[in-house]
Design a protein around this ligand. Sequence first.
Ligand code: ZN
Length: 299
Amino acid sequence: MIIDFHTHIGDFGRAWREEGTAVTFENLIQRLDDEGIDKAVLLPIYVSPDAIYPGFIIDPRMSVHDQVVDAAKFSDRIIIFGNLDPRWSGGATRGDFAPYLDWFAEHGCRGIGEITSNLPFDDPRVINMFQQIGKRRWPVVFHGTGFAPGTYGLQDDPGSPRLERLLAAAPETPIVGHGPGFWAEIGPITAEAKNGYPSGPIPEEGSLPKLLRRFPNLYCDISAGSGYRAITRDREFGIRFLQEFQDQIVFATDVTSCKPEARTDHLGLLQRLRDEGQLDQAAYDKITGGNAQRLVGLA
Ligand SMILES: [Zn+2]
């Protein structure tokens, strides 16, 4: 079974004044059919202000509630996640997310994400929320970034010391990383590279491979330009990385437009590596679906 572990519904084009690019349940499932993908993990958006473009607030399409409830109509193809912001502490909540996790569970959710709030990974509110999610053995998907204005996602310094503290503090929580600040750490890193898309050969490994070895609860989704570039910038390194961490990597795309030209080569890359004998069949099967099934309790 092939599972795309990182998809969204919504009108991302609105942020850039592009018409007619909204991702709907119908055109998402059409893409899955066209690409031979069995299921998609849907990560609700419109949660954290850091990741909300001004145009989103006048988008009539969807709230998190609607994304979760509407996904139930497509439950044979869509694996729905809930989403939260660690800063929510108003009313009676005071950092207790149980009522919302219960609601997500009652509505068929199997994880949380993607977390896009601009907070350090080791902020007590982030650790608290990840620990509560881990008690249910649910995976959490996050977008990782460095410290810089105009970004969204959980923040870290070069070398990932804050992510390391979160992983140690929430050992029961399967934590799935994605985004430029996460993937730049595949190799040696500078503060500047942490917020970008470093390219070229990887002379020595960065903090990401080391963290994957130390923390079996750390996973990576290979979606978007950040994941694709990280595993292709140095072909030999990328193949070794996929083989060594085949139990902790999930295929994913993060496609945010319905236009055919927005489709990505992530699955094609994995298929080519398998066909060329660079990636063995067992590793291919785990990365394209087996690990995802285990993470969401479908195995
Ligand atoms: Zn995303």
